[in-house]
Design a protein around this ligand. Structure first.
Ligand SMILES: [Zn+2]
Ligand SMILES: [Zn+2]
Length: 320
């Protein structure tokens, strides 16, 4: 009986978990950013001289009620349950990494002769966090595109043929685990590293992960990256910050756009590694994997098992 009630509690907590994102200032789904996105969407609507009413433009049935969108909605809750039941327990071990790094630095170099003040720690730690977490997303994303077996899992995100703000949750469980583990790995490493230079505990000030940079970026229509609203930034700015349209180009089924715009907030990684495309270079896009593959991922169940089937087939072919 206890097991059943434990499973039930996890399911309920998992279903509630994604809904908390509406109130989380670090999440694109936060109501404040949704609201700002509507304003930016109106700007795009007005500039494009659309003939349909605005509400029909943003709440397009083709987008929100598509077969693809319903797969996204299922992932929204399914991955919530998975996080509570599997991902969070996995992460607890990784959090000790910070302590290990700090101990290792003290043993190797002795106690630090440089001690930073609280305001210095806040500034350096926040900057390092913004830059390295963004770089982490770029590198993991690059690996997802370039390593064939990882691509099989990442394909699920790209198999969306329409984009809405919930599409960001359309991630195969394997990708969900990799993303969360690598995130905790980088942030725990930074906590351990900065603890070495600080008399207090950096862990206590981690609330600063919600920093002004993140809030500003997300406010700037970032929620629209998974949508049909083509919000572009100025040509020069798109070299430094990724606009919503640049991420939409990442979802294009045109081979010329494959493996481009892999970053999250900063466009500089794409610029440095030569994977950047700016809005002015793109005329028309369609979302998805292309006609030959879209049909393989047109149900929630198919998106879950197709990566395993494809990897299995590949391994059998290699053995023969
Ligand atoms: Zn991708
Ligand atoms: Zn995406």
């Amino acid at each position: 009986m206890e097991i059943i009630s434990d499973v039930w509690d996890k399911i309920v907590a998992g279903l509630i978990l994604p809904l908390l994102d509406f109130n989380d200032p670090e999440k694109r789904l936060n109501y404040f950013y949704l609201l700002s996105s509507v304003l930016f969407a109106y700007y795009v609507y007005y500039k494009a001289k659309q003939r349909i009413p605005f509400y029909k433009y943003i709440f397009s049935k083709k987008v929100w009620l598509s077969k693809s969108a319903f797969i996204d909605y299922k992932y929204f809750f399914f991955n919530g349950i998975l996080k509570v039941a599997l991902v969070f327990p996995l992460l607890t071990y990784w959090r000790y990494l910070g302590v290990t790094i700090n101990d290792w630095m003290e043993e190797s170099f002795g106690l630090s002769s440089i001690l930073l003040t609280e305001s210095q720690i806040i500034l350096y730690y926040t900057l390092a966090l913004v830059i390295l977490l963004d770089l982490r997303i770029y590198l993991v994303h690059l690996a997802m595109h370039k390593i064939p077996f990882l691509w099989e899992f990442h394909k699920i995100h790209h198999s969306a043929t329409t984009l809405n703000p919930i599409t960001q949750y359309r991630l195969h469980p394997i990708e969900l685990i990799i993303n969360n583990l690598s995130h905790v790995f980088v942030s725990s490493f930074l906590i351990g590293f900065f603890d070495y230079f600080y008399a207090g505990s950096v862990d206590i000030i981690t609330y600063l992960e919600i920093n002004i940079f993140t809030v500003l970026f997300l406010f700037w229509g970032s929620t629209l990256r998974h949508s049909h609203v083509k919000l572009k930034y100025f040509h020069e700015l798109e070299r430094y910050l990724l606009s919503p349209f640049q991420h939409q180009v990442h979802h294009s089924n045109n081979p010329a756009h494959f493996d481009k715009n892999l970053g999250s907030k900063l466009a500089i990684w794409d610029w440095i590694f030569g994977t950047l495309i700016r809005s002015s270079e793109v005329v028309k896009i369609r979302f998805g994997l292309g006609k030959n593959e879209d049909g393989n991922y047109n149900s929630f169940f198919k998106t879950l098992y197709m990566p395993f089937r494809n990897i299995g087939r590949f391994l059998v072919r290699k053995r023969n």
